[in-house]
Ligand binder design. Structure first.
Ligand SMILES: [Zn+2]
Length: 620
């Protein structure tokens, strides 16, 4: 059958399409594949908060833009999938779905959308099979470009320039929008570009959803501000009138985090009771099993606008609304307590994640301003010797045009650390002398501990900047001596360390990418702690630790996008970087410091590679 005959045949053979909306379509036709959270027939009743959103995305509603701020895994991506099914089957249109990256888009298409098509008969008979035709003719589909009678679908990553140039779309889905790239080929934000591609359709439908990230830099937050700002209100089983026409914002409640009640140990952050909800109106106790009744539209649950009358619809919800059998209230609170325990030792990351993915709230970067006096007050009376508590010594090296700066830091249990020594080697790093001096220092320098002598166990050398070649030349033959080349990784969420294989590197040297943003967050958190203990950084009164050292530590601040930048372009920041590289180096050694009972003295140190020809002679 030729492709045009295929289209005509399909169109002629179809029954008249019923006048239903998206959630009714999903309840009637959508089959969730095996392996999904709830296989079998889709039931909107299971996730009742999704119903109104699907109504608004249907052609019967005049609404054009719907934006959702949401936690992870609550079914909001499935709304997009249902929308696609509906606009293939009931009212065929051209549409596009964007996800943060091409990889995610392709994965979603393969694992979710094509599965939906193959399990849902009314879609299977419409979407041309991608396995036939091999993408040769106009009507055959590929993984990310679909064809069906009356329309087509593109599935793309947010940075895919071609997806914004070619077509215009009558419906658009922006899935997990806060993960989108900032700019597409210099043409601006994909969030705006997508809207532009829909401009020519009076009945366009734009659905965006996102888990928010950082306050002030969240698309989801900005779009929610520009909407009627709805929250999901439910009747209290004890005090709200049962008659729906008497229920309103003043006698219903939301699953606000502040209404939850539980006991926990203030020291260990262990949960010590059941998690229950206290009604803000009658103070009656509500147990988790009651949420199914509360969330049901038959009980009167509904979205209420806080900014009524706005032309755009905005919806905001948190994880406490997860249907019974999914994430529990207890799980959510346990995660919060764990994050609070981490916060106490200066690590804010788990709390940021909890707020983003559970409360669906953007994270306020509320960084305290450290000053020199605050840090200098921490100075303790030890100089070039190793205080009790230190178990291993790590050096980090920063390369400047005219010198090398070295920091020696000791680590004990629970990432508590002591600044031990600071050394500057003057000279041009392009010349061998500087590296010979560094070698002498790293390999020979010893520090007195009351039970023995300690040497530097491992060293990380920053290879960024203009002297990269010399750093690799130095580090390559010294890998077995635990002297590692490091390089800062730019992405905000880059892992703390990731190894790069020598074969793939330009200088044929194994090196490590360092997640500087994450580690700077950690260092900053540690610097703010006032009581010695886990992750606290001790400072020495040694005469090498002059004011400029402390100035360098507080030389950067975080901007709205979550990146660390120098306060002034001229300020020096070596000491802050060295604290970061020191922690990365400790991570590379994979040493479990918490398991050490005794310090690693120099006569116990072994090379990581035992049988190895030692290369001598410095730089060649
Ligand atoms: Zn009540």
């Amino acid at each position: 059958m030729s492709s045009s005959a295929f289209v005509t045949g399909v169109l002629a053979g179809l029954e008249p399409t019923p006048n239903i909306n998206i959630w009714q379509w999903a309840d009637k036709y959508r089959i969730m594949p095996k392996g999904s959270a709830e296989p079998g027939n889709w039931r909107t009743k299971r996730t009742p908060y999704l119903k109104e959103i699907m109504v608004e995305l249907s052609p019967q509603s005049p609404t054009q833009k719907v934006n959702v701020i949401k936690p992870t895994q609550m079914g909001f991506t499935e709304i997009g999938n249902n929308m696609i099914g509906f606009y293939i089957h009931i009212e065929p249109r051209f549409g596009g779905m964007w996800m943060p990256t091409d990889k995610l888009a392709e994965k979603h298409s393969k694992k979710k959308l094509w599965k939906m098509v193959s399990e849902t008969p009314v879609l299977k008979e419409r979407v041309s099979d991608r396995r036939k035709g091999g993408g040769g003719s106009d009507e055959s589909s590929t993984i990310t470009e679909w064809s069906y009678p009356g329309g087509g679908l593109s599935i793309a990553g947010s940075g895919s320039g071609s997806s914004f140039r070619s077509d215009s779309y009558a419906f658009a889905i922006k899935d997990d929008m806060d993960g989108f790239v900032d700019d597409v080929d210099g043409e601006g934000s994909p969030v705006a570009l997508i809207d532009n591609r829909t401009d020519s359709f009076a009945n366009r439908k734009i659905y965006s959803n996102s888990t928010p990230t950082i306050a002030g830099n969240s698309h989801a937050e900005t779009e929610y501000e520009d909407s009627d700002q709805r929250e999901y209100y439910m009747p209290c089983p004890h005090c709200t009138p049962k008659e729906h026409d008497q229920q309103n914002q003043d006698n219903m409640l939301t699953f606000n985090i502040n209404y939850f009640s539980y006991e926990y140990n203030k020291e260990t952050f262990a949960l010590e009771s059941e998690v229950i909800l206290i009604c803000p109106h009658c103070e009656g106790e509500i147990k988790e099993y009651q949420k199914t009744w509360m969330m049901d539209w038959d009980s009167g649950a509904k979205w209420i606008a806080h900014n009524p009358g706005h032309v755009n619809r905005g919806y905001k919800i948190n994880s406490f609304y997860s249907p019974l059998g999914w994430l529990t209230w207890k799980d959510i609170i346990l995660e919060r307590l764990k994050a609070q325990a981490k916060m106490k030792i200066g690590d804010m990351r788990p709390m940021k994640k909890w707020k983003n993915t559970r409360l669906a709230e953007a994270w306020e970067e509320n960084y305290s301003k450290l000053d020199i006096d605050f840090l200098k007050e921490k100075q303790e009376d030890y100089d070039n010797e190793v205080p009790y508590g230190v178990l291993v010594l790590i050096a980090s090296v920063d390369i400047q045009d005219d010198r090398l700066e070295i920091l020696v830091e000791g680590y004990g249990h629970d990432e508590e650390s002591w600044i031990i020594d600071r050394e500057i080697i003057f000279g041009d790093p392009a010349l061998p002398q500087v590296w010979e001096d560094l070698d002498r220092f790293l390999l020979n320098q010893t520090y007195d501990h009351e039970n023995g002598k300690m040497k530097i166990y491992a060293t990380g050398v920053d290879s960024g900047g203009s002297k990269t070649k010399y750093v690799y030349q130095y580090c390559k033959p010294r890998y077995s001596k635990r002297i590692y080349a490091l390089k800062g990784a730019r992405p905000l969420d880059a892992p703390i360390i990731s190894k790069r294989d020598a074969k793939k590197s330009k200088y044929k040297t194994t090196f490590f990418m360092v997640g500087v943003t994450q580690l700077k967050d950690v260092v900053w958190g540690s610097l703010n702690i006032t009581v010695p203990g886990p992750t606290y950084i001790h400072f020495s009164t040694g005469k090498k630790f002059t004011d400029d050292f402390f100035e360098q530590i507080i030389s950067e601040k975080k901007d709205k996008t979550g990146r660390w930048n120098k306060i002034k372009p001229t300020v020096r920041n070596e000491a802050f970087d060295l604290l970061v590289y020191s922690r990365a180096t400790l991570a590379i050694t994979a040493l479990n410091v918490n398991k050490l009972q005794e310090p690693i003295f120099f006569n116990q140190m072994k090379s990581t590679v035992k049988k190895r020809r030692v290369i001598r002679g410095g730089i060649r």
